[in-house]
Every structure is written in structure tokens, then in C-alpha cells.
Design a protein around this ligand. Structure first.
Ligand SMILES: Nc1ncnc2c1ncn2[C@@H]1O[C@H](COP(=O)(O)OP(=O)(O)OP(=O)(O)O)[C@@H](O)[C@H]1O
Length: 504
């Protein structure tokens, strides 16, 4: 019972914590890692509390009693009999040296290995289509090879010591030592024969029990590393929640979103360096810029994935840090590349924010997101379940997320345009979906392909974490700066892709 209470308590603390952590914390970790901590790791701790502790205690009692008894019978003989055990434990200690650091590393390798395996399996479709099996399996092979190297080195370093430990601690070795020492003691007249029998009978108890104790050390080491992981989650810094939250007024004059002097760094990497940005009511603002220029970092500050280290992000003139998070999400919706679909029907996925939305509203949102016809083609239409019979491409999944955002009907939307499936038809659909979404809304879109956002009200070009230039498409082309270069590059890539399609 105690263990169930403890596991339940830890899980509850973890879930409360997860609700308070900034969304940015989750983007730094994949959902597998979070699940592992909450479910698997807590289960491992349960295993420890429920089983290992009891097992270790139960296994330790007989040898301790036997040793005390033998010491009482004849302390000199008892000390001699303990020699192989002391030597065995010393060897074992040597074998386990470094396990405290090696074990977490071993667990990390397992996570990496399963990640690479999942990637490999997921990529099999592409492999079949393009016929380059070597490329896809290479990463998996590399990871398994490095894992094998790590494991062999570790095993080699410890195997001799652990084999000697096992031999020394095995009942036959103890018996051999006891029989020869006991024989000598008896011959010298130091030990009566009946006491020698007591030694031979109870002597093996000491080592058999110790072996069980040592077997249980393995789950103990696991549990310690698990406990470390859980502690790390529980001690991660939370997003400060305002004591006296301010409710923003949607009708406040001025821009809907205002960023001033925003600076954000990941450790030493400065991602944003003094960014000023206004999002005017009912407009689409496109963020463009070379890879790594800070687009995602900037966009994620608006739904408060993290707080900037300097400067401020305001919604209707109120700093996000003064707005209650639940209130913030009544105003701001977001669709990022990794926006997840849940394991439920497509319909329930779309109406996640409004579970009572009727069929007409769900279909209207899907139509606006340019995904309705595709969903109707699924085996069970909108009843099809994601992960079962609703097989959707990356771009399609994202359009389902857009439908969800449309139905949620928040006045501000942050959208990271899908990089996947860049075919012209998809592109046209994204553009249509965007103009639907933008009706009466304030939209910030990260554009990976400039052609989808040439109609945006304002294009903000980021470079090295700063706003390099901003304006409408035509204005920026005339300036002949970074945007003009990116545009030219984009056009050339499209032409090349077009030629490639034709020659196929
Ligand atoms: N979680 C993170 N930890 C450390 N550095 C990060 C992290 N996320 C981004 N960065 C770094 O911050 C900088 C800005 O990254 P960001 O992802 O915002 O750029 P981006 O313009 O969105 O790039 P892309 O177009 O490739 O998605 C880059 O130097 C990037 O390497």
C-alpha cells in the first residue's frame, strides 16, 4: 500500500508540475521523455519500493543472523570464514565502481537507440519510395555501433572483477575455506567438531543471502538514476504566475501585440537580440529569415512558451507576465510544426478547445482549413481515429491543427507554416487557408516558403536575431536587401524543383 501511495503522490506532483512548466520546457524534450518520467520511471520507483527494498531486507536478514551466531560460536573461526566474503565484496565494489555515472549513461544510450529505431522504422516508406536504404539505416547503425562500443568497454572494464567476486562469494568457495580452516582449527584443538559442523551448515547461508542482496542492487541503482530524473523535472523552473493578474481589454487602442527590446538566449546562444515588433489588428505578419535567425523563438514568445530575458511582449498593452495563462490562451491560439494530434477521432481533435461544437461548425472549420475533402475521404470520415485509420501527411496534419485553431476562434493566431509537402497544390491550399484564418484575426506566420506569404500585410525579415528589414513584398524587393536575396533563392529552388519534376 505504501508504495502505491508513494507512486500516486509522485505522479500527482509531476502532473501538477507539468501544468506549471513553461511550454518551452516541452519543446526541449520530446513527448517520449516526458512520458518516460511520468509513467515508466514512476513505475520503476514503485518496483523499488514495493519489491527491491523488501527483497533486500528479506535477503539480508539470514546472513546477518548467521554471522552473529557464528561470531558467538567462535569469533576467530568466524573471521577466517568471512575472508572470502570480504574479498568478494571488495571485488564487487571494484566491478561496480563508476556504475553511478555509467548507469545513467547506459539508460541514455537505450533512449537514443530506441529513438533511432523508431526513426528508422518511420522512414521505411521513404526508403522504399526512393530506394536508398543505406541512408536511412545508417543513423540506426551508427547509434547501435556506438552503443555496442560503450557497452563492451564498460563490460570489459568490469567483467574480470565481477567474475572473481562471483567465484569468491559462491557457496562452494566459502565451504572450501571453511572446511580447510575449520579442519586446521579442529586439529589444533581450537574448535570442537560440533562447532565445525555449525560453521559448515550456517556458513553457506551467509553467502547465499549476500548473492540475493547483490542481485537486488541492480534495481536499486536504476531507481537512484530514476529518482534523479524525477527530481530534475520537479525542480525545473516554473513560469511565474502573476499574483494579481490583469485581464487584457480586447478593445484597447494600439497594436494587438507589441514586442519591445526583446532579447532571448538559450544559454550562451543569443537567439533574439533587441527585437521590436507590432502586430496590428486583423493583419497577417509573416516572419521570414535564414535558418537559425530566430523565427521560431520569436513566435513562441507570443503564446508564452518562455519569457524573454530582456524587453517585453504585450497583448493589448498588457505584459504577458501579468496575464493569467488561462486568460492568455483565450486570446492566443498557435499551430506549430510539432503541434500534436491526439489519439482520438479527427472530429474530437478539431473540437478539442470546444468539445460542444456541432457538426456544422466542425465541418466549416475543416473546410476553411482546406482539409475537409481529404477528411471525408478517410475510411470513416471524421470518425477516423488518428494513429489508427486516419493516415495523414505532415501538411494535412497541420491543416487539421489549423481547423482546430479556427474552431477555437481566438483573436490572435501564431502559425508555423509546414515545411513538409511543398507541392504547388499544397502551397495554394495553405495560402487559401491562411487568408481564411486571417479574416478578423491577427496572425503571425513563420514562413519557410516566401511564395505563401507574398500577400502578407507585413513581412518581417529576421537575421541573426535582429529585424533586418520589414515591409510589404514589393517594397522589400525594391530595397534589394536580404529579403530580395531570399526571394531570388526561393524562386531558383522552385524552378529547379519544377525542372526536376518535368524530367522525371
Ligand atoms: N532549444 C534550443 N536550445 C539551444 N539553442 C537553440 C534552441 N532552439 C533554437 N536554438 C538556437 O537559437 C537560434 C535561433 O533558432 P530558431 O529556431 O528560433 O531559428 P529559426 O529562424 O526558427 O530557424 P529554422 O528556420 O531553422 O527553424 C539558433 O542559433 C538555434 O540554434
Amino acid at each position: 500500500m505504501a508504495d502505491i501511495r508513494v507512486s500516486f503522490g509522485i505522479r500527482r506532483d509531476l502532473l501538477v508540475k507539468l501544468r506549471r512548466l513553461p511550454l518551452g520546457w516541452f519543446t526541449d524534450r520530446n513527448s517520449g521523455t516526458v512520458k518516460k518520467t511520468v509513467e515508466d520511471d514512476v513505475a520503476a520507483l514503485h518496483q523499488l519500493i514495493a519489491h527491491s527494498v523488501v527483497e533486500v531486507t528479506a535477503a539480508a536478514v539470514p546472513p546477518v543472523v548467521a554471522i552473529v551466531y557464528l561470531l558467538a560460536v567462535d569469533w576467530r573461526m568466524a573471521l577466517v570464514s568471512l575472508l572470502p566474503i570480504v574479498a568478494g565484496l571488495a571485488m564487487y565494489q571494484r566491478a561496480m565502481a563508476g556504475a553511478g555515472t555509467k548507469y545513467p549513461e547506459f539508460m541514455e544510450w537505450l533512449t537514443r537507440l530506441s529513438g533511432a529505431a523508431v526513426e528508422f522504422v518511420n522512414g521505411i516508406g521513404v526508403v522504399k519510395a526512393f530506394g536508398t536504404p543505406g541512408v536511412a539505416s545508417r543513423r540506426f547503425q551508427e547509434v547501435s555501433r556506438s552503443f555496442a562500443r560503450f557497452f563492451l568497454d564498460w563490460a570489459r572494464a568490469t567483467s574480470v572483477a565481477s567474475v572473481i567476486a562471483e567465484i569468491l562469494l559462491s557457496p562452494p568457495s566459502v565451504l572450501v575455506v571453511m572446511a580447510s580452516a575449520g579442519g586446521a582449527f579442529t586439529a589444533a584443538g581450537w574448535l570442537p567438531v560440533e562447532d565445525l559442523i555449525a560453521f559448515l551448515v550456517f556458513g553457506t547461508v551467509t553467502t547465499a543471502g549476500l548473492m540475493t542482496v547483490m542481485m537486488s542492487v541492480h534495481p536499486l541503482v536504476t531507481a537512484l538514476s530514476v529518482a534523479r530524473g524525477i527530481r530534475e523535472v520537479l525542480s525545473s523552473p516554473e513560469l511565474p504566475v502573476p499574483a494579481d493578474p490583469i485581464t487584457p481589454d480586447q478593445n484597447a487602442p494600439g497594436p494587438v501585440v507589441r514586442m519591445r527590446g526583446v532579447r532571448f538566449a538559450y544559454g550562451d546562444t543569443v537567439a533574439l537580440d533587441g527585437v521590436d515588433l507590432d502586430l496590428e489588428r486583423g493583419t497577417i505578419t509573416a516572419l521570414v529569415g535564414p535558418s537559425g535567425s530566430g523565427k521560431s523563438t520569436l513566435a513562441k514568445l507570443l503564446p508564452r512558451f518562455d519569457d524573454p530575458q530582456q524587453g517585453s511582449v504585450q497583448l493589448y498593452g498588457v505584459d504577458l507576465r501579468h496575464i493569467d495563462p488561462a486568460e492568455l490562451y483565450r486570446h492566443v491560439a498557435f499551430v506549430f510544426q510539432d503541434s500534436a494530434l491526439l489519439h482520438m477521432s479527427v472530429r474530437d481533435n478539431i473540437r478539442l478547445a470546444r468539445p460542444d461544437a456541432d457538426e456544422a461548425a466542425v465541418r466549416a472549420a475543416a473546410a476553411k482549413a482546406q482539409i475537409l475533402d481529404r477528411l471525408d475521404e478517410l475510411p470513416r470520415g471524421l470518425d477516423s481515429v488518428v494513429g489508427e485509420d486516419a493516415e495523414l501527411s505532415g501538411g494535412e496534419r497541420q491543416r487539421v491543427c489549423v481547423a482546430r485553431a479556427i474552431l477555437a476562434d481566438r483573436p490572435v493566431l501564431v502559425l508555423d507554416e509546414a515545411t513538409a509537402s511543398a507541392d504547388p497544390e499544397n502551397e495554394a491550399r495553405i495560402q487559401d487557408a491562411l487568408s481564411e484564418v486571417a479574416r478578423d484575426r491577427t496572425v503571425l506566420v513563420i514562413a519557410h516558403r516566401l511564395s505563401t506569404v507574398r500577400g502578407a500585410d507585413r513581412i518581417v525579415v529576421l537575421d541573426g536575431g535582429r529585424v533586418a528589414e520589414q515591409g510589404r513584398h514589393e517594397e522589400l524587393l525594391v530595397r534589394d536587401g536580404l529579403y530580395a536575396r531570399l526571394w531570388e533563392h526561393d524562386q531558383r529552388a522552385r524552378e529547379d524543383a519544377g525542372t526536376e519534376m518535368e524530367t522525371r
